[in-house]
Design a binder for this molecule. Structure first.
Ligand SMILES: O=C(CO)[C@H](O)[C@H](O)COP(=O)(O)O
Length: 231
């Protein structure tokens, strides 16, 4: 069912893609059906240039024949379509479950518009049930983790902060960084936490996406709900 809902959300987002667009292309199990559906359109004659947010998405796009570019060649994009781990009513997001949050945020920020695609399980009232991914430099890991704990504590947040592992190895992002997954629970002030984390030198970026998403297509068994950012 979840795969079917992801597919529906992905297809809804395809409706806002126009020929000639420069597109940021997201990462994850919801972005993948979007990439496949986009490839069908390209095969049928739609002209787009894609800037993928990860090596994984770049590989899939290349296999399916979607023309690709980079932010060096194409620094301004019309639209980014990407998934999310959590979406709140103000379209603030937690992202990075797939480990691509830094490139996803750079690409979203370079886009005139970001559209989020998700199944209903990602919609929340308050962010934070999903552990917040924080991308950190490998150097100084212990000190950075301690600084994250202190910054969170200053905002009344606490919880386990775990170095992400995959298949018994430390997970390394496309950019060569580590990820700390922080289980703070409810985050009542995402803006405050975002600022506090950005103050820490070893933090490269975090998975709170604030003020970036303009629209979300959220699929449930009742259909696809389109939510527009109140900002
Ligand atoms: O942020 C992401 C990757 O860094 C993904 O968009 C997010 O984890 C959602 O993934 P999925 O669509 O597989 O649930």
């Amino acid at each position: 069912m979840s795969a079917e809902l992801k597919e529906r959300a992905a297809r809804a987002a395809l409706e806002v893609v126009e020929s000639g667009m420069r597109l940021g292309i997201g990462t994850g199990s919801t972005a993948e059906p979007f990439i496949r559906a986009l490839a069908d359109k390209v095969l049928a004659g739609m002209r787009v240039i894609g800037v993928p947010t990860s090596q994984r998405s770049a590989k899939l796009c290349a296999e399916l024949g979607i023309p690709l570019s980079t932010l060096e060649e194409t620094p301004e994009l019309d639209l980014t379509v990407d998934g999310a781990d959590e979406i709140d009513p103000q379209l603030r997001l937690i992202k990075g479950g797939g480990g691509s949050l830094l490139r996803e945020k750079i690409v979203a920020a370079a886009s005139a518009r970001m559209v989020v695609i998700a199944d209903i399980s990602k919609k929340v009232e308050t962010l934070g049930a999903f552990p917040l991914p924080i991308e950190v430099d490998q150097f100084g890991l212990g000190a950075t983790r301690r600084a994250v704990e202190k910054a969170a504590s200053g905002l009344g947040l606490s919880g386990e902060i775990v170095l992400r592992q995959r298949s018994d190895k430390v997970f390394v992002t496309d950019g060569g960084h580590y990820i700390l997954d922080a289980s703070f629970g409810r985050i009542p002030d995402p803006e405050g936490l975002s600022c506090a984390l950005h103050e820490i030198p070893g933090v490269v970026e975090h998975g709170l996406f604030i003020g970036l998403a303009r629209q979300a297509f959220i699929a449930s068994s009742d259909g696809v709900e389109a939510i527009v950012s109140p900002r």
